[in-house]
Write a protein that binds this ligand. Structure first.
Ligand code: TNX
Length: 605
């Protein structure tokens, strides 16, 4: 099938077609050490990094390329600390709705600071303290409100809001207000989720060395003024494909932290595909035990026990991220057919599959046993999942005739509905009947699909993941060492310069639930490689989901994004040093911009 080259920024959307076949096991190698990468030393403690986050820091048994990425980063981390520039109130990513700087009222965090918080915000305050303690070395005790006279970081849910501050209705489920004065920082929100987003903003307002896992001597200044902020779309998400390559629980937790930083509130886990079945199902145990053994290119398989999955869900929930499990049906099911040949059309087990072709496998839509399987699987997964969503996949079932596909999907959607969950599916599900609340996920590339528009008219809502904009498995450029290119090359500007509200013809803004950046992992084998594809594009998609359209501005975005680079380096997060972004250059320590007062920010390249 044809692939389409990248379109110019301002040109019409091209139609790219997902290739039906890629040579089996054809996984591009990682770059030679440091070639197109900038990575960080993986933090050893604190800073929200889960235990085991050091998996890529050159430990025995870790694939060399990932370890190299981390080593290169380690050697650059010191330089980044030296460049720590004062932050401006409007440097935040994603851009807040309203920013009113007051340079006369900067706050400096000192060793005797206390976080005071009302009961509903205690857990957020504990998380904020845990982010700030490693680098500052300050004790930062969390105490009950009301506040005292010391310099404080006050977290005040709406119940404690002073008169004149916005009420909870205006801030909504996820909004917050942040006031920085010389006397302290106050975050006000109607909900713990709002407080959490406000705390992430405060984290970004401290100088980049705040990300250090060890104590740094710095002036911990926070720029003065007020931010009032809330999201544009309620659903902001990223997807991790744990089926093509398996990612350990610790890796997934690390990804959750990355999402939370940029105010994304959903993690879609692509749990099943031809190459691997990654979630235990008690009623069909061979799915994980047999179907979980494989991965692309003969890589190590794996699967999550119920306890593993619950751990991911709970970790995410604490960070106000909802897990959306996907069981991809009726196609992308080779691993399930290997485990249970009775589900296969000819009742014959196919060989295990470790290549990267798509569209060849499917569960038999004509056999009643298939619907027992679907009911059992979605029933167990729904019971394990506190969030409201269950993703049914539905993509690329090329071998299933249209009418059988439709019958299968109608029944599968109803089986999800009886679990009490709301159906999500790739936009191929569009022709099926409407079930209450159902959500389609657009991954097309030309923004024009009458079937999707019709499904929306019949009540569906849409999540936008255009393949040629939001697919983080696409290469940044021709020479990107890993990734796909069937939807074109996606540099940061391309990931940023589109509008979810107007992207698909015939779909009104009110039907758009939000955005998602999927990371497929045919060529992504380690967490360092995953981060290399996520950063810096994930914050671009996060901003499309969170920030009001009026703030959309590429020159400003790229300069705000540049300020995130030293944070990632310091935190040990691998990223692609995209040439479009004016990353700060290292300046000699004697010219440290941190030594300069106020907002007199030194241009850093
Ligand atoms: C298409 S998008 C797929 C996946 C591949 C991806 C690679 C979609 C719903 N299906 O099976 O991994 O392209 O970019």
């Amino acid at each position: 099938m044809p692939t389409t080259p990248t379109a110019p920024e301002t040109g019409p959307e091209p139609t790219a077609t997902r290739p039906a076949s890629t040579p089996s096991g054809d996984v591009p190698p990682m770059s030679p050490p440091g070639a197109a990468s900038l990575a960080g030393a993986v933090p050893s403690a604190g800073a929200g990094a889960p235990a085991g986050a050091a998996a890529d820091a050159g430990l025995p048994g870790v694939p060399a390329p990932a370890a190299e990425l981390a080593r290169v980063a380690a050697s650059r981390a010191d330089g980044a600390l030296a460049t720590a520039a004062p932050v401006r109130l409007d440097d935040v990513v994603p851009a807040p709705e309203r920013v009113v700087p007051d340079p006369a009222s900067d706050f400096t965090l000192s060793a005797d600071a206390v976080l005071r918080v009302s009961p509903a915000g205690r857990d957020v305050a504990e998380q904020l303290a845990a982010w700030l303690r490693p680098a500052t070395g300050f004790p930062l005790p969390v105490a009950d409100a009301p506040e005292g006279g010391l310099p404080t970081l006050t977290l005040s849910p709406a119940a404690l809001a002073r008169s004149g501050e916005p009420d909870g209705t205006r801030l909504g489920d996820e909004g917050y207000r942040l006031d920085v004065t010389a006397g302290g920082v106050r975050i006000t929100a109607a909900t713990p989720a709002g407080l959490f987003h406000g705390a992430q903003t405060l984290r970004q307002l401290l100088p980049a060395p705040i990300e250090s896992p060890t104590v740094v001597a710095a002036r911990w200044a926070v720029p003065g003024g007020t931010i009032v902020d809330r999201p544009r779309f309620p659903y902001r998400s990223a997807m991790l494909d744990v089926a093509r390559h398996f990612f350990a629980v610790e890796d997934v937790l690390r990804v959750v932290d990355h999402l939370a930083r940029y105010k994304l509130n959903h993690l879609h886990l692509h749990l099943t595909d031809d190459q691997g079945w990654r979630i235990a199902v008690d009623s069909w145990p061979r799915l994980a035990e047999v179907g979980g053994a494989t991965a692309v290119g003969g890589g190590q398989g794996g699967w999550y026990t119920h306890a593993d999955y619950r751990r991911i869900v709970a970790y995410a929930a604490r960070r106000h991220v909802t897990v959306v499990p996907e069981i991809d049906l009726p196609g992308h099911t080779n691993a399930a057919l290997v485990a249970y040949p009775e589900l296969a059309p000819g009742k014959i087990a196919p060989p295990p599959y470790t290549g990267t072709e798509v569209g060849f496998s499917y569960v038999d839509p004509a056999d009643e046993r298939t619907y027992d399987f679907v009911a059992d699987v979605v029933g167990e997964v729904a019971a394990l999942t506190p969030g409201p969503w269950l993703h049914l996949g539905g993509d690329e079932a090329f071998k299933v005739p249209a009418d059988s596909y439709r019958t299968f999907v109608d029944r599968a959607q109803r089986l999800v509905a009886v679990t009490g969950k709301t159906v999500v599916g790739w936009h191929q599900l569009a022709p099926a009947e409407h079930v209450d609340g159902r959500v389609l996920q657009w991954w097309g590339t030309n923004g024009d699909d009458p079937e999707t528009a019709d499904a929306v008219r019949r009540g569906a809502r849409l999540i936008l993941s255009p393949g040629n904009r939001a697919y983080l498995d696409m290469k940044y450029a021709q020479d990107t060492p890993i990734g796909n290119d069937w939807a074109g090359l996606i540099d940061v500007r391309r990931a940023y310069e589109w509008d979810p509200a107007t992207h698909v013809r015939g779909v009104p803004a009110e039907a758009v639930l939000g955005v998602e950046a999927p990371l497929w992992t045919e060529s992504v084998t380690t967490i360092a490689e995953a981060e290399f594809m996520l950063f810096p594009r994930l914050p671009a998609v996060a901003e499309l989901g969170w920030s009001p359209r009026e703030t959309h501005d590429w020159p400003r975005f790229r300069s705000r994004l540049a300020g995130q680079g030293p944070r990632w380096t310091t935190a040990g997060i691998t990223f692609h040093p995209s040439p479009e972004i004016p990353w700060p250059v290292t300046v000699p320590p004697q010219h440290r911009p941190t030594d300069r007062p106020g907002h007199d920010r030194t241009p850093l390249g």
